[in-house]
Write a protein that binds this ligand. Structure first.
Ligand code: 2AM
Length: 223
């Protein structure tokens, strides 16, 4: 039993190669720098600061988490449901340590998280676990998640505000996608990188004009 437990990691996912990590960090930090200077953002600043007149430096506001990755399966060293079954999948074994390219199609910013939406290819979907969109999500969001295509949650957490756990990024992303599906468009602002939408309650979504791709390696992580 002990060996089995030792064998299961905290999570599996696609890990950005070190040079790619730097490139993505720079590009996304540039976006944050621009975002907090926009009038549209300043109008809703209190959702980040709790006060209307206060300024916020988003680069400081989000603590970056390393290493940058797109989680496929959170195993929690075997404590998470389906962890062992996932690790045993042939596709997981065959893909392990292999290079792959991920495609980032949007960025999200909320008072809790900063993240990059990842569009999974059909091949990458084979590594997306059964029920992977729902894990750790609040009960109230489950019906909306079911209505979204599988893999909608795929993302890279770029940063979290103080006291927030990384798992929140996927939940924030799903919430935004559910609102968009309901037809909520929100205020739109054209930026160099793409179209920025405000979805209320401090939720911002930037649909990238051109996807940002990054080279990764499929692997696992244990602390
Ligand atoms: P993330 O995928 O949103 O970044 C270690 O905590 C990693 O596993 C983080 O990358 C984190 O979030 C992810 N994670 C933590 N708990 C999770 C859960 N219940 N479901 C899915 N992913 C989780």
């Amino acid at each position: 039993i002990e060996q089995k437990e030792q064998g299961l990691p905290l999570f599996f996912g696609w890990f950005l190669l070190p040079e790619e990590e730097e490139r993505i960090k720079c590009a996304t930090m540039d976006f944050l720098k621009t975002l907090d200077t926009l009038d549209a953002f300043k109008q809703h600043i209190s959702e980040f600061t709790g006060e209307a007149e206060k300024e916020v430096d988003l680069e400081q506001y989000f603590q970056t988490t390393a290493p940058l990755h797109c989680t496929t399966k959170f195993c929690d060293y075997g404590k998470a449901e389906g962890a062992e079954e996932y690790a045993e999948l042939q596709v997981v074994k065959d893909s392990f340590d292999k290079s792959d390219e991920i495609s980032v199609t949007a960025l999200i910013v909320t008072p809790r998280t900063f993240g990059a939406r990842v569009a999974l290819t059909e091949t990458q979907m084979k590594l997306w676990p059964e029920g992977g969109d729902k894990t750790g999500a609040p009960e109230a969001l489950l019906p909306s998640i079911e209505a979204l295509p599988a893999g909608s949650r795929a993302h890279v957490t770029l940063g979290c505000s103080a006291g927030v756990e990384a798992v929140q990024t996927g939940i924030d992303l799903l919430e935004i996608l559910a609102l968009q599906k309901e037809g909520k468009e929100g205020t739109q602002v054209e930026m160099e990188l793409g179209t920025l939408s405000y979805l209320g309650e401090g939720r911002w979504f930037l649909a990238l004009r051109e996807a940002i791709t990054a080279d990764t390696k499929f692997s696992s992580f244990s602390e």
